[in-house]
Ligand binder design. Structure first.
Ligand code: SF4
Length: 314
């Protein structure tokens, strides 16, 4: 316990000394979230990165997020405490694949989820997060075809919400969310029949869940981005919730409503990449200035356009 406290104190002192800011994603370990200057989802972190006053950003998240911070703050040094912290969803759409897809549909507007590499963003017209994907696609003239990637479940959700028929989906997925099946949901909900159900639109079963929820007129009250879940719980402070997203969010949900009980749909919903970041690695990052993430200027100049559009439509 003392060791943990000492480690945190050391990190906080070094953070001040090195003029650093720690940004952490909602899926990070609780101890990382507690030492961060700001905790949020991809959109919130992008907005925050643009406002950071310090010269150094220690990004506790995964690689594409650190790249986004580097794109938005080219004059700052951005460090990722573990260079292996990648993202299976981001990996599912590569630069060459998007380039070839665009060549097949030259008139299409390209909308990519923020979980993509800087190179993929440089080929995109719009970047979105789960909080603003519907809004962004809705803002595109209806006659324009849309290429949406890489998350097919979020894409199916957006297509249904916007009623758009001219949207093509890339068949990518996040291994954590894709693993959730309708039977996991059914089991968790029957174990807690009084609990309210909250699900992230990246989940593998989201299409069937959404259809069921829409039939009951409850989709607006069920499907949320992680930030949306926190806001909803903070507002309602209900007794019990069954939650379908990466389990790191439980720390923030519990802070938002300490008296509520939160049950995961599955304990397996853990992102191994997010959990690679530990306090020891954050300390190493601050002490040794590792591992720097820097986006080449030619890519940065193109990738910033869809990111700025994402941040403005939020
Ligand atoms: S939870 Fe999924 S989408 Fe998020 S970082 Fe992990 S692999 Fe990527």
């Amino acid at each position: 316990m003392t060791d943990k406290r000492e480690l945190t104190e050391k990190i906080l002192a070094l953070k001040k000394q090195k003029d650093a800011c720690i940004l952490a994603h909602n899926y990070q370990l609780p101890e990382i979230q507690d030492m961060a200057d700001f905790v949020g989802d991809s959109l919130g972190l992008s907005q925050k990165a643009g406002d950071v006053k310090q010269s150094l950003i220690v990004f506790c998240g995964v690689h594409f997020m650190a790249e986004t911070a580097s794109i938005l703050c080219p004059d700052k040094k951005v460090l990722l405490p573990d260079p292996e912290a990648g993202c299976s969803l981001s990996d599912s759409l590569q630069f060459d694949q998007l380039k070839a897809w665009k060549e097949r549909y030259p008139d299409a507007v390209v909308v990519t989820y923020v979980n993509t590499s800087a190179a993929v963003k440089s080929l995109s017209d719009y970047c979105v997060t789960s909080s603003n994907a519907v809004k962004v696609v809705d803002s595109i003239p209806p006659e324009k075809p849309v290429l949406f990637g890489p998350d097919m479940f979020l894409g199916a959700f957006v297509a249904r919400k916007t009623g758009r028929k001219n949207i093509r989906l890339w068949a990518g997925e996040c291994h954590v969310h894709a693993a959730v099946s309708p039977s996991d949901i059914e089991n968790a909900r029957s174990a807690h029949p009084g609990a309210r159900f909250l699900i992230h639109p990246e989940c593998g079963c989201v299409t069937s869940c959404m259809i069921e929820a829409a039939e009951k007129g409850e989709d607006e009250k069920t499907i949320f981005s992680t930030e949306g879940m926190v806001r909803e719980v903070e507002k309602e402070m209900g007794k019990e919730y069954v939650v379908a997203t990466e389990t790191g969010i439980f720390h923030r949900l519990k802070k938002a409503s300490p008296a509520s009980e939160f049950y995961p749909v599955s304990r397996e919903m853990e992102c191994r990449y997010m959990k690679l970041i530990t306090p020891e690695k954050v300390l190493n990052s601050l002490e040794n200035g590792v591992y720097e993430v820097k986006v080449p200027e030619d890519i940065r100049k193109k990738a910033i356009v869809p990111i700025e559009r994402m941040v403005s439509i939020s």
